[in-house]
Design a protein around this ligand. Structure first.
Ligand SMILES: [Zn+2]
Length: 242
């Protein structure tokens, strides 16, 4: 197993340290810089603020009144932009591995602000009240921002479960990341996760044998069943994301 993706906080010095290390970290593979979703989250805020600026001079029919622009009180406030941006970031982070769920969660934000709570009822931020509802002329103007920022090309990177992500799951399954553990326990978790990641559950049989434990028929069968289940669920996940 090799770590070839670098995810940093924008400090290019530490990225360069690993990317241009001499001798190189890995002989035959370079280190790639990954984009952090916090960065993409900010795009939502920026695009909405740009939209407000673009629409400054435009006149809209609001009920029986005429109003100018989509920003400001009673319309899209700066605070609302911030909240939408935060929910958008959550929609990405909470659905890593499923492009469909990610998109559904992003559009739930739009529908919620449009006063339609069918799609957002499962989200903690939805109180089903219309106090955060925005006028429909505002919603129509910002729809294109949601279209652009829910595009497959933008989200694809996080929408598909990558091998690294599933390896990390195996480690955290054995050793929860929210609880402090000692080095021994962490090492055992990493070793065991690596065996299962590379060879499946059956790979652990060798460890048992070397520890002097005899391996029975049911244990072999049990591990084989778990491996088959893992392959099946990976195939299903692939089918669903296509
Ligand atoms: Zn809602």
């Amino acid at each position: 197993m090799r770590y070839t993706g670098y995810l940093g906080d924008g400090d290019s010095k530490s990225f360069r340290t690993v990317a241009e290390a001499d001798p190189p970290v890995y002989k035959d593979v370079g280190i790639q810089k990954l984009e952090c979703c916090g960065h993409v989250q900010k795009r939502m805020g920026k695009r909405l603020l740009d939209k407000i600026n673009q629409c400054k001079g435009k006149v809209y029919q609001h009920g029986n009144k005429k109003v100018k622009g989509i920003g400001g009180a009673g319309k899209l406030t700066k605070a609302a932009v911030k909240r939408i941006q935060g929910h958008y970031g959550g929609a990405i982070r909470n659905n890593i591995g499923s492009l469909d769920k990610m998109k559904t969660a992003i559009w739930a934000i739009w529908h919620h602000r449009n006063g339609d709570h069918d799609k957002c009822s499962g989200f903690s931020w939805c109180d089903k009240s219309d106090k955060n509802k925005l006028p429909s002329f505002v919603m129509e103007e910002i729809k294109s921002v949601f279209e652009d920022l829910s595009a497959d090309t933008l989200l694809g990177k996080w929408g598909t479960q990558n091998a690294n992500e599933s390896y990390h799951h195996l480690v955290w399954d054995r050793c929860p990341k929210a609880v402090f553990v000692g080095r021994d326990r962490l090492e055992i978790a990493v070793f065991d996760a690596t065996i299962v990641y590379n060879e499946g559950e059956s790979g652990r049989l060798d460890v048992f044998r070397k520890l002097g434990l005899s391996v029975g028929r049911f244990q072999k069968q049990g591990f084989r069943d778990l491996d088959l289940r893992r392959v099946k669920s990976a195939e299903n996940q692939k089918k669903n994301s296509n």
